[in-house]
Design a binder for this molecule. Structure first.
Ligand code: PLP
Length: 396
């Protein structure tokens, strides 16, 4: 650990992060190196962001060559890269839709929530603005995204929060029906709850919610900030179920580390916004759009979704064998390369620290879930090393 960096961070950076005592200085594909030149295998990928590997040459070349021509002009003007990316994302998610760019997952959700409100007011009544979200959900840290987040302990320090949300248990269709009234404009869900502990939605639940939304003219809003861009074995997780959402939000993996977020909405919904209703100074600038286009190209050219599925199945299988061998593992959850392992009688935090000391970067959610979100370019040999280290950890 570089003591100087550690001390200066304490002095100059506002302390909201409980960081691991490591300063990373270099990355390459699935590897990271710290300031003492120790090498690590990365099973966190910058929290599900570096989906196609650190320092991906295709993405970086695309970003740099565009940045060297024109990096930013604001949304007062047209740029071709932004339009190329909007078209690409629309064709890949909601083919009769339109896209809007921001810079993060929270901003994508914020925009989606604003759009839903306009849709409700314009098409129904001034009161039709409420969105039902799930308990244990996570939608971001801005005030409205936080209000949408179904975790009361995260709300408490920031009350009063903006209103307009009802939180109901996840995977409980009856609870959604019960919570719906004339004020409800839509239902916002993660296809797999990520920050809440890696809980996948049941297929029946998703299909019932979709049908219910269609029959009652409610908007189905899917937060694919974490599940999107190949993470679960499809470009978007809703595509496993053939869902037809009204709004989809994305961020994290979209720029493979360059900050970009977006929401895509069906055209009739998107048209609820008019000039001046929403905006972003940086959103979808040419350089970051070039990076996102290159990310999508790389994913297609290298069958990354298929790889995510295969490597995810491989990891899930080995974790299941590990579960059969000891009593510490309670449950393994997730899909593709978004996997959480619930444990008991061991501390997830301690496991994360011990694994870090063995050169494996993993993550915990609370003290009883360890989580794996590696780059989707991970190989079997890396997964074998992870499992061997976890096996040692659980036998010690
Ligand atoms: C499902 C989901 N939505 C929204 C967010 C917020 O994204 P950001 O941190 O980019 O604002 C996250 C971040 O973890 C997330 O997992």
């Amino acid at each position: 650990m570089n003591e100087q960096v550690f001390k200066r961070e304490k002095k100059y950076h506002i302390s909201t992060y409980n960081r691991q005592p490591v300063e990373f200085v270099r990355g390459e594909d699935v590897y990271l190196w710290d300031s003492a030149n120790n090498k690590y295998i990365d099973f966190v990928a910058g929290l599900g962001v570096i989906n196609i590997g650190h320092v991906n040459k295709k993405v970086n070349d695309a970003f740099c060559s565009q940045a060297n021509i024109l990096g930013h002009v604001s949304n007062l003007f047209y740029t071709k890269k932004q339009v190329d990316l909007a078209q690409r994302l629309v064709e890949l998610s909601i083919p009769d839709g339109k896209c809007f760019f921001g810079n993060s997952g929270a901003e994508a959700n914020e925009g989606a929530i604003k759009l839903a409100r306009r849709y409700g007011k314009i098409n129904f009544s001034p009161e039709r603005v409420e969105i039902i979200t799930a308990l244990r959900s996570f939608h971001g840290r801005t005030m409205k995204a936080l209000a949408a987040t179904g975790q009361p302990d995260k709300h408490l320090p920031f009350q009063p929060l903006p209103g307009g949300f009802k939180h109901v248990p996840y995977n409980d269709f009856g609870a959604i029906k019960k919570a719906t009234d004339e004020k409800t404009v839509g239902i916002m869900l993660e296809v797999i709850q990520g920050e809440g502990g890696v809980y996948p939605a049941d297929e029946d639940y998703l299909l019932s919610v979709q049908k219910y939304c269609a029959n009652n003219r409610l908007l189905l809003i899917l937060d694919e900030v974490q599940t999107g861009i190949g993470r679960t074995g499809k470009l978007f997780a809703f595509q496993h179920f053939g869902l037809d959402p009204d709004i989809v939000t994305t961020a994290k993996g979209l720029g493979n580390g360059f900050p970009i977020g977006a929401f895509i909405a069906k055209s009739d919904v998107a048209e609820s916004f008019t000039y001046g209703d929403h905006g972003s100074t940086f959103g979808g600038g040419p350089a970051v759009s070039a990076a996102a286009l290159a990310t999508l190209d790389f994913i297609e050219e290298n069958d990354i979704c298929d790889r995510s599925k295969k490597m995810g199945d491989y990891l899930f299988g080995l974790l299941t064998e590990l579960k059969d061998k000891n009593d510490y593992i309670v449950e393994i959850r997730g899909r593709g390369l978004m996997i959480g392992v619930e444990i008991k009688d061991l501390s997830a935090k301690e496991i994360v620290t011990n694994m870090l000391n063995k050169g494996l970067v993993i993550n915990n959610i609370g003290d009883n879930v360890i989580r794996f979100l590696p780059p989707l370019t991970i190989s079997k040999s890396h997964i074998d090393q992870l499992i061997e280290a976890l096996n040692d950890e659980m036998s010690e």
